[in-house]
Design a protein around this ligand. Structure first.
Ligand SMILES: [Zn+2]
Length: 295
């Protein structure tokens, strides 16, 4: 699809921020990757592959500079460069790329990742020492069990550091061998102080992941694609608004920019129309991330 008009979309987003009295937002779930990796991701979305199960037109297929400029124009004051390996041997190299990207993009939070492999503890330690502020784990694409003992040194260090891990661990858009709340519950049983940000509000296992956030004070949820009109994957059915209101300090704006099949504005409007009020929106769009990431 043709990317939405930048000036028009920026003006509409700034109207929302102005009405809430915030200078902009923090988006904890955006993707920047090496060009050849992103090209593969886009080819996958184009093919509507088996993990997607539906046509998925990427809205912001532009070069890297244009994508960064867009986030800045939208008032996204801080964002991430979430990347993730789908096989062993990629983690350390992806982390080097992300460190370099953060160094030349000061408003991007230095992001890092890992895969269950013998070197994982070592390169995660190195990423932390070099200033990584947020990690990404993709249980569906990586097709690994997050409670794999090879990850013990990873969880141990991340728990100790208190560094947030955005984890795609639920079964949307399609289930994987180790998706769903069970494996994450097991990780939390062993590393109860881990700071997790469950991607996509845990959809489609929405209620069990809300429960996990309610029972673990360091478990958060990101809004990525949730409550939008994209289809069954993004619609929790029973919104359970009192519960969402109760988790006001644990829900963070995430979008999946640039790989989303609709305009950025639609994600924001999907949150506004929940009707949970301005305080809730300010917390979710900005304040929770400022606190969690110490911005
Ligand atoms: Zn994502």
């Amino acid at each position: 699809m043709t990317p939405p008009d930048l000036q028009d979309e920026a003006a509409r987003l700034h109207t929302v921020w102005r009405e809430l009295g915030i200078p902009g937002v923090v988006d904890v779930h955006t993707h920047f990757m090496p060009a050849n990796v992103l090209a593969k991701v886009w080819a996958y979305f184009d093919s509507a592959g088996p993990l997607l199960g539906r046509p998925w037109p990427v809205a912001y297929r532009e070069d890297e500079d244009a994508r960064v400029a867009r986030l800045r124009a939208y008032g996204v004051q801080r964002f991430t460069s979430l990347l993730y390996p789908h096989k062993p041997g990629m983690g350390a190299w992806l982390n080097e790329w992300a460190a370099d990207f953060a160094a030349r993009t000061p408003d991007c939070l230095h992001s890092a990742t890992f895969f269950p492999e013998p070197e994982a503890g070592e390169y995660v330690g190195a990423a932390l020492r070099s200033g990584a502020r947020v990690f990404k784990a993709h249980v569906q694409v990586g097709a690994y069990d997050p409670s794999d003992p090879l990850l013990d040194p990873v969880w141990e260090q991340l728990e100790e550091a208190g560094t947030p891990v955005v984890i795609h661990c639920a079964s949307g858009p399609r289930p994987g061998a180790h998706t769903g709340p069970g494996p994450v519950r097991e990780v939390l049983r062993r590393f109860p102080r881990l700071t997790l940000v469950v991607a996509h509000m845990g959809l489609p296992e929405y209620t069990p992941f809300l429960e996990l956030a309610e029972t673990h004070e360091r478990v958060h949820l990101d809004t990525t694609m949730a409550f939008t009109d994209f289809g069954d994957f993004t619609d929790p059915g029973d919104l359970d608004l009192p519960r969402l209101a109760g988790l006001q300090d644990r829900i963070l704006l995430g979008t999946d920019f640039p790989n989303i099949p609709y305009p950025y504005l639609h994600q924001v409007e999907a949150l506004v129309r929940l009707g949970l009020g301005d305080d809730w929106l300010r917390a979710v769009l900005r304040d929770n991330a400022v606190r969690l990431l110490d911005l």
